[in-house]
Design a protein around this ligand. Structure first.
Ligand code: SAH
Ligand code: DHB
Ligand code: MG
Length: 228
């Protein structure tokens, strides 16, 4: 029953998110199992939402991405959405600080049948990015930044280093219930996002826009940019 007068704005966003997912996203027992496995392993429930995961998937498909870099794996929920857009000879490298998160993610990637396309690398993202560069890794077509927010300005530098003309750079959680506009925030996450935004504002090599999102994760958003 539609009872919007009795619902908070958050409840309405959630209801609409569920409605849209019901219409637009096929039932997916594997992704359900993944979220259950994450919960059982006591991972924080901060994965992208289903509609956001599908959005990432569509962007990767539109781009025809063959090589994807993700910074911040958690249980691999967003990883699976992205990896499913890869061609047979595609590759996704995902970076995760926590060995426990990585172990859960590897099992989930196997469950989803994308493990042969994905390399999960454990360690502080900044260290691993330097290793990837030393390895002479080929540039990535799509880079998804979704790890420790205080390092976002550093991840932006690395994204430029490891991309090429036409690559997509996407960053999660740039709105944070609106706190992004609070210049006096003492929250290290908000400060990280604001430093990232300031760097992006100065960055002539990236053309970007913000996608504000509402839904099951409240009010948040993505930056989507293209390397020029
Ligand atoms: N992309 C995931 C969610 C990632 S949550 C999804 O949507 O499904 C953020 C992850 O970043 C956590 O698993 C956390 O352990 C990891 N993280 C935190 N600090 C990090 C660092 N310095 N390097 C790499 N990963 C880090
Ligand atoms: C947090 C991190 C995320 O990547 C996210 O999507 C939501 C919340 C967090 O650290 O609180
Ligand atoms: Mg996130």
């Amino acid at each position: 029953m539609w009872r919007s007068m009795e619902m908070s704005i958050y409840e309405i966003w959630n209801e609409v998110d569920l409605y849209m997912n019901d219409k637009l996203i096929q039932p997916d027992p594997i992704l359900d199992e993944v979220l259950k496995a994450n919960q059982e392993a006591e991972l924080p429930a901060i994965d992208v939402s289903p509609s956001q995961g599908k959005f990432l998937h569509l962007l990767a498909s539109l781009k025809g991405a063959k090589r994807i870099l993700e910074i911040g794996t958690l249980g691999g929920y967003s990883t699976i959405w992205l990896a499913r857009a890869l061609p047979k000879d595609g590759q996704l490298i995902t970076l995760e600080l926590s060995a426990h998160h990585a172990e859960v993610a590897r099992a989930n990637l196997k469950r989803a049948g994308v493990n042969h396309l994905v390399e999960v690398i454990v360690g502080p993202g900044l260290d691993t990015l330097a290793v990837l560069k030393d390895r002479g890794t080929d540039p990535f077509d799509l880079i998804f930044i979704d790890a420790d927010k205080p390092n976002n300005p550093n991840y932006l530098k690395w994204a430029l280093e490891l991309s090429k003309r036409g690559s997509l750079i996407i960053c999660d959680n740039v709105v944070r219930q609106g706190h992004v506009v609070n210049s006096e925030s003492e929250d290290e996450n908000v400060k990280g996002i604001r430093q990232f935004m300031n760097a992006l504002a100065q960055e002539k090599r990236i053309s970007a826009t913000a996608i504000q999102t509402v839904g099951s994760k409240g009010y948040d958003g993505f930056i989507v940019g293209i390397v020029e």
